[in-house]
Design a binder for this molecule. Structure first.
Ligand SMILES: [Zn+2]
Length: 165
């Protein structure tokens, strides 16, 4: 018997917040790939794809998913990590991009053909405060390894930019 989609388990898993970007759920990020339930055993399998291998947050995400599913009545849930196809910032939902902008984090542009590799630093990053394109990268690493620190030359406000992969 093949596994079926489980909507209550999916709701529970989809509400788990990304530990690095507290404003986004793993569903917003596109990290949550699939949630299935074995109709015979009722066992739930959650499939996730890590944002990138350098993010130590994935262990936290796995633990948070198990806790959320236990609370939803699926204590024996299994979390499976799938690396292919590789996650890219293109997987961030429109709602996720809006939440990033509202939190003052510049949403990443499309990763395009370079998906899976760091985007060149010549990339123009718009200031999430005033929208100006006249910005400069201050540091390759922002408040976490997944973000870089930028500053706007127009309004002089610093902001985090989620690095595109
Ligand atoms: Zn600005």
């Amino acid at each position: 018997m093949s596994a079926v989609r489980s909507s209550d388990a999916r709701r529970a898993a989809a509400a788990v917040l990304d530990p690095e970007l507290r404003v986004l759920t793993i569903d917003d990020l596109g990290v949550l790939r699939d949630v299935t339930e074995d109709p015979a055993t009722g066992r739930v399998t959650v499939t996730i794809t890590p944002t990138y291998t350098g993010c130590p947050a994935m262990d936290v995400i796995r633990a948070d998913i198990r806790a959320a599913l236990t609370a939803a009545g699926h204590a024996d849930a299994e979390v499976v990590t799938v690396y292919a196809p590789a996650w890219s910032t293109d997987w961030i939902s429109e709602a996720g991009r809006a939440k990033l902008a509202a939190a003052g984090i510049a949403p990443p542009g499309p990763a395009g053909p370079a998906a899976g590799r760091p985007v060149p630093l010549t990339l123009t990053v718009r200031c999430p405060h005033c929208g100006a394109a006249d910005t400069e990268q201050v540091s390759r690493f922002g408040s976490t390894a997944c973000k870089s620190l930028w500053r706007c030359r127009a309004c002089r406000e610093p902001f985090d930019h989620l690095r595109a992969f």
